[in-house]
Design a protein around this ligand. Structure first.
Ligand code: HEC
Length: 245
């Protein structure tokens, strides 16, 4: 018996530590996105950025405009006027303006659908990616990305963010990319740009799991219920057993 428990314990520890090592990953360090999916104003701004800058190439085919309106507290007119460049119906999904064939020809890769990207990549990865473009004269595009090497996507925000350069450090004789820094100012102040990207990542996180706020608040109710139920059950148990000796 003791041996079985010991083996179980050791296996659990081994599984947890492998999980931790895998989660830490290695490679380029991710910066925390610090997004708040309960902040409606941030999500609304993020939706507008998504529609203005991303929807030309990427679709979000699991996301319907009317659902966005409902969830983010927007009217039909606000959604149709601000978030819908193709002018599709209110009940339609967010379709990319560009056709896949054209995109493939122009960028060498079809821009993937972004409905679930926050779940597959994680919000920190997205934040790091969207702020990770830097000038690289060895590329035909003129840029590269710190966390997505040789990316086919154009550097969408170069005007607003300014020009960035890679920062390298020497580790055991090899040059390692450790960060990016602005070398030529953009049209936006760094904090303003940062807020815009966080809003955008918050929106991507929301579309990846539209029910997440509800799920979290439901979790709290369930815990409160269990707590109250435990109190009641305990009081009942005491009452039933009080005459039994
Ligand atoms: C001009 C077209 C274009 C625009 C505009 C554009 N992208 Fe992209 N994007 C691409 C292409 C092409 C790729 C595929 C790159 C590759 O595989 O090398 C890509 C890849 C990505 C990826 C990586 C997906 C993955 O998991 O591999 C993310 C995330 C992304 N884009 C987000 C955005 C966001 C957010 C915006 C809006 C700010 C945006 N893109 C605007 C063309 C575009």
């Amino acid at each position: 018996m003791k041996k079985t428990i010991l083996i179980l314990l050791l296996t659990t520890i081994a599984m947890i530590s492998t999980g931790l090592v895998m989660a830490s990953g290695g490679g380029y360090p991710k910066s925390p996105a610090n997004v708040d999916v309960d902040d409606m104003a941030s999500l609304q701004r993020g939706a507008k950025v998504f529609s203005d800058y991303c929807l030309s190439c990427h679709s979000a085919k699991f996301v319907r405009f009317n659902r966005v309106a409902d969830d983010l507290g927007m009217t039909e007119a606000e959604v149709m006027d601000n978030l819908n460049p193709l002018g599709v119906k209110f009940g339609n999904t967010m379709t990319a303006v560009m056709t896949e064939d054209y995109a493939k020809e122009s960028f060498g890769a079809v821009p993937p659908d972004l409905s679930l990207v926050a779940r597959s990549r994680g919000v920190d990865w997205l934040y790091t990616y969207l702020t990770g473009f830097y000038a690289d004269s060895s590329k035909t595009t003129g840029h590269n990305n710190a966390i997505f090497k040789d990316v086919g996507m154009p550097n969408i925000f170069w005007k607003q963010e300014g020009v960035k350069e890679a920062v390298y450090e020497e580790h055991d004789g090899t040059k390692v990319l450790v960060g990016v820094k602005v070398v030529e100012k953009g049209t936006m102040a760094p904090e303003e740009f940062d807020t815009m990207i966080r809003d955008l990542v918050a929106f991507l996180s929301y579309i990846g799991e539209p029910n997440q706020s509800y799920r979290k608040s439901l979790g709290v109710y369930v815990l409160v219920f269990l707590f109250v139920f435990f109190g009641l059950a305990y009081a009942m148990k005491k009452d039933y057993w009080k005459d039994v000796h």
